[in-house]
Write a protein that binds this ligand. Structure first.
Ligand code: UDP
Length: 375
């Protein structure tokens, strides 16, 4: 008899990191996979579902404009609880550190259903950076029966929190599985990356700085400082900025006010995943406060400047391909200029490195779960 795994997710990064897991679980003997999306981020989630060809079994459609964290969490808990009652799974699987992951784990725990946590053990050590993600993921840890840590560093963090080492499995990060799958598909069918092709061809031999920003900690002063820094970077004739803008009003409004329209800044709508991966492959420098992009850029040998004070992904910094620079305007400008003008500094960071995995994390996760049910 097959065991049913209910995979619960709601945002773009969760969908990117879980579509390879859904495929792997579906292809593992003895497992049956069901999916429930909360649609905590509607538009960005749907972009990934389409590309991955994933049609969710349940869609809670929970997004509301300007929703508070407590209202979101309360609605998630009730919605996911009802989905679990209807599906009656043998296990609930969540990913990362969103409100969806936290509420999914809690709803399963209230029903004494085992929980598997993908991307377990990331810690910044500061409950306000990133906020509220650091606490979301810490809440999942004591509940989960399976902790799929992407790296040894993440596994060690769980061990320090007295999690049973036998329940921790170092698998690599499933984002590298998604990256490999997508690059292979683009290689055989370049049309898949057409969303970004016109933008890249406009860049006309300029050095490409790819920017993404959306972190709550940067809303307000940080976002204003980032906008001014991008404006100053784009004053250079030899630079082209590719900037897919996150739809959050805290990002859009500041960029409208302080960055405006500039000839060598391509302010564009969020790219679909293949388009973004093609942009990453074409970029010279990546400037970001994203978590997932910190994992993807080193895998492609792209220097990544992280506009945050702390990171729960120190592996890229240790490998030398990522650097924490915060969100100060002058610092951002000077770090980008150093990489543009100092070829030794650039070469030191631009080394392909895969501290986050080998592209086979999802298959490992499927095998561990299937073996567990056989015992
Ligand atoms: N991404 C994308 N389109 C974009 C920008 C990012 O598909 O225009 C992907 C990116 O490749 C990465 C993920 O979105 O896998 C990161 O999501 P985000 O930065 O929103 O969240 P975080 O990783 O910080 O939780």
């Amino acid at each position: 008899m097959a065991h049913t795994i209910l995979v619960v997710f709601g945002t773009r990064p969760e969908a990117i990191k879980l579509f390879p897991v859904v495929r792997a679980l579906g292809g593992t003997q003895g497992l049956r996979v069901r999916t429930c999306v909360t649609a905590q981020h509607r538009g960005l989630l749907d972009q990934v579902l389409t590309i991955a060809g994933l049609v969710p079994d349940r869609d809670l459609d929970i997004m509301e404009p300007g929703q508070s964290l407590d209202r979101l969490t309360a609605r998630l808990l009730i919605g996911i609880g009802d989905a679990i009652d209807a599906e009656r799974p043998d296990m609930v699987l969540v990913q990362g550190d969103t409100a969806t992951a936290m509420a999914g784990a809690l709803a399963a725990y209230y029903r004494r259903i085992p929980v598997a946590h993908v991307e377990a053990g990331l810690r910044s050590g500061d409950i306000y950076h990133p906020w509220p993600e650091e606490v979301n993921r810490r809440i999942v840890a004591p509940i989960a029966q399976y902790h799929f840590a992407p790296t040894r560093t993440a596994a060690d963090a769980l061990i320090r929190e007295a999690i049973d080492p036998a329940s921790i499995h170092v698998t690599g990060n499933t984002v590298i599985d998604a990256l490999h799958w997508t690059r292979e598909r683009i290689a055989t069918d370049p049309v898949l990356a057409q969303s970004v092709a016109p933008v890249l061809s406009q860049m006309d031999g300029r050095r490409i700085v790819l920017v993404t920003t959306h972190r709550r900690e940067n809303f307000g002063d940080g976002m204003a400082s980032i906008a001014r820094a991008i404006g100053r970077i784009a004053e250079r004739e030899d630079v082209g900025v590719v900037f897919p803008i996150h739809p959050n009003p805290n990002v859009v409004a500041v960029m409208d006010d302080l960055l405006g329209d500039r000839p060598n800044v391509a302010r564009i709508a969020p790219l679909d995943y293949p388009g973004f991966i093609a942009a990453l492959a074409a970029a010279d420098i990546v400037l970001t406060d994203s978590g997932g992009v910190q994992e993807e850029a080193p895998a492609l040998g792209k220097p990544v400047l992280v506009m945050r004070e702390t990171t729960e992904r120190p592996e890229g910094v240790v490998a030398g391909t990522a650097k924490l620079i915060g969100a100060d305007e002058d610092r951002i400008v000077s770090e980008v200029f150093t990489l543009l003008d100092d070829s030794d500094a650039y070469a030191a960071m631009a080394r392909a490195h895969n501290p986050f995995g080998d592209g086979h994390a999802s298959a490992r996760i499927g095998k561990v779960i299937a073996d567990g049910f056989r015992r």
